[in-house]
Design a protein around this ligand. Sequence first.
Ligand SMILES: [Mg+2]
Length: 237
Amino acid sequence: MNRFTTVLWDVDGTLLDFLYSQRYAITKCFRSNGREITEEQLKRYSQINDNYWKRLELGEISKEQLLTGRFVTLFEEYGITDINLDAFLREYQEALGSVFAYLDDSLAICRALKGEVQQYVITNGVTSTQRNKLQISGLAELMENVFISEQIGVPKPQREFFDYCLEHIEEKEKSRILIVGDSLTSDIKGGILAGIPTCWYRPDTAVNNTSYEPDYEISDLHQIFDIICAKDDKRHR
Ligand SMILES: [Mg+2]
């Protein structure tokens, strides 16, 4: 028997390369408005976006405020006043869900795990964007179910998000479920609050500056096989 029967996967920054999709979408939308986004603006947008997400995770702002506010802030900082915000937001969200790039052969890894464990997606993204990306990437069909914060009504790391997931997955023993994600403040903190084991997919050279200690840490998704598939009988050898 495997150590874990169930995996809850984060999507952005874990299975799929969010920065790739973000760069594509924002570049496209700037061009629609007759502009070229600079590398500096792109970098700044990433920081602004991360900030808004942190505030959402803390319950300080709503999803609507995040979706709009991040671009309002960007445009204000660079004195951009000639872009129609509503049209920009619509186009951005659509573009974001229209391209994807795998991280570490994530599709092949999820495919190989099919049958070994039950796999679910846990994500804070926008429903239509996430569904599109999961569909065209082929990941959706490998998942038993997809849990999106917008539909549940609360985002990761909040306890209610994971309570909802626990009610809707087959495995009832928390110790046999593994959360895999790149965010310490949403995936790992969420797992700790909910009492579910966690695996931090450490992006590049990131350092853990938080008080949230994951049970496992990996830097390449292939390492997940050793964690999930370790047989229970190993310790008897
Ligand atoms: Mg993530």
